[in-house]
Write a protein that binds this ligand. Structure first.
Ligand SMILES: [Zn+2]
Length: 247
């Protein structure tokens, strides 16, 4: 049977029968892939520890053997991100990235440059640097998925929003997916307000992907983004709570 080679990040692994597992990879070549690893749970499996969540592997697959599953025939560890194994915060952050990818990446929809950028983000994660890399990664993920919230125009009437000279808070509605002009803000029930500084930093972070955002602003933006992801993905992010409470 023809085989395909790919580079894949391990997003999830679930037990399958006595000794096997079904591994979800995000691959550079094919987008999301679910593959059966026969014997993958045996102590001395030929896959060894390559299949731990957060690892990047060189894999060989036989595509679509049954019910949308590929068969994993080889997996060799390509990169194990050291920072994730030295800090619980870094590990949770990587798991949150895997959770978002698992929820929104699609089969046969590869994003090679986003894939490479994700590996760079995972390399940057360590105890003292979690929030900034995660914030920039999530902003990139929203852009790659076409899920960017509307920040420059009112999400209801499309009127451009201007910086208020008095730094008035801006109305924001996660469900509608963007900010609201003062008029629509007054007439929309389920909204909250963003401090002007936060709105400004959010747009700055989108424009300058390498900008360093102060930790307290990053934390507030990540809380907003996690609320927004939950609306877009129609379920809460399981791992987001570990980040917001620990910092
Ligand atoms: Zn409006």
């Amino acid at each position: 049977m023809p085989t395909e080679k790919a580079t894949g990040l391990v997003l999830r692994s679930i037990e399958y029968r006595e000794t096997s597992c079904v591994v979800t990879f995000w691959t550079r070549e094919f987008g999301k892939v679910r593959a059966l690893a026969k014997g993958g749970r045996r102590l001395r499996s030929r896959f060894e520890t390559a299949l731990d969540v957060g690892n990047c592997c060189d894999i060989v697959l036989i595509r679509k053997i049954s019910a949308g599953l590929d068969l994993l025939t080889e997996a060799h560890l390509r990169e194990r991100f050291a920072g994730l194994h030295q800090s619980l915060q870094a590990y949770y952050t990587a798991c949150l990235i895997a959770e978002i990818l698992d929820a929104c990446a699609q089969e046969n929809d590869p994003h090679p440059s986003w894939f490479d950028a994700t590996l760079r983000t995972l390399r940057r994660l360590h105890e003292s640097e979690v929030l900034n890399p995660l914030l920039h990664w999530e902003l990139m993920a929203l852009q790659e998925m076409g899920l960017q919230p509307m920040l420059e125009h009112c999400v209801r009437c499309r009127k451009p929003l201007e910086e208020s000279p008095t730094s008035e808070p801006i109305a924001w509605n996660a469900q509608a997916g963007g900010v609201l002009c003062p008029h629509c803000g007054r007439t929309t029930a389920s909204r909250r307000t963003l401090p002007a500084e936060l709105w400004h930093s959010w747009r700055q972070a989108i424009r300058h992907s390498a900008s360093a955002i102060p930790a307290d602003i990053s934390r507030q933006l990540l809380d907003l983004l996690h609320e927004y992801w939950s609306h877009r993905l129609e379920r809460p992010l399981r791992l987001a709570k570990y980040l917001s409470t620990a910092h």
